[in-house]
Design a protein around this ligand. Structure first.
Ligand code: HEC
Length: 203
């Protein structure tokens, strides 16, 4: 074997021994010596640690104004009635009243609305009829609610209306639209029921 070959073997043996010596440690939970650590240790600041790069020393920064979280749909309306009319003109229901949409709407209505507005939306829910809730909920199965635009009902569910509390934080946007279609169905049902009742009772 020539000199170069022997030198290569010596270097390899040295590197192997060095890596065993430096790499292993009695403390098994520690990594030992790092050869070219590069990105092993993060230079980032801990979320709640002091940060010398900012005047206020706070590491966790407030998001830039107007930041929208992923999956969040902003709602650019206010609680007043003018804004509700505006929502009625601008917002379009992205769903059609298919069986699937209506059965989802029914689940949401049964969970969140039935207690006050009642099974048929007549404003006679258990909370009100039992006297636990003192304010008369609207009959949302007939006018004037039936004359509202979809966007106005959506606005009402999202931000509340008069004494009714908002439900925007509890119900997802797509479920709110499905709920609007379910309310529409209740209105149709109420209309049909009214039309089938004879105007004059025959004795
Ligand atoms: C805690 C009782 C309560 C619950 C729960 C409730 N509402 Fe109401 N809702 C009311 C009351 C009371 C009013 C009338 C408010 C007023 O006139 O000040 C009202 C009004 C409304 C109106 C406005 C009607 C109009 O003609 O402007 C709509 C639409 C409506 N509710 C739909 C719903 C839907 C859909 C849900 C389910 C997400 C719901 N409400 C849940 C009590 C409730």
């Amino acid at each position: 074997m020539n000199i170069a070959g022997r030198t290569l073997i010596r270097i390899s043996v040295f590197l192997l021994t060095a890596s065993i010596l430096f790499g292993c440690d009695r403390q098994k939970n520690k990594r030992g010596y790092d050869f070219i650590p590069d990105m092993v240790y993060s230079r980032a600041y801990e979320t709640y640690s002091k940060n010398p790069n900012f005047k206020d020393s706070v590491t966790m920064r407030v998001p830039v104004n107007g930041t929208v979280p992923i999956g969040f749909t902003p709602f650019h309306y206010t609680i007043d009635s003018l804004s509700r009319v505006k929502a009625g003109k601008e917002l379009v229901n992205p769903f059609l009243p298919t069986d699937e949409v209506l059965s989802r709407g029914k689940i949401i209505f049964t969970t969140f609305c039935i207690g006050c507005h009642g099974i048929l939306g007549k404003g006679d829910g258990q909370l009100y009829s039992s006297g636990l809730y003192p304010l008369k909920p609207r009959d949302i199965s007939a006018a004037p609610t039936a004359k509202l635009m979809d966007g106005q009902i959506y606005h009402t569910i999202t931000l509340g209306f008069g004494s009714m509390m908002p439900h925007g934080a509890q119900i997802r946007p797509e479920d709110r639209w499905k709920l609007v279609l379910y309310v529409r169905m209740l209105q149709k049902q109420a209309l049909m029921a009214r039309d089938t009742i004879p105007a004059v009772k025959v004795k």
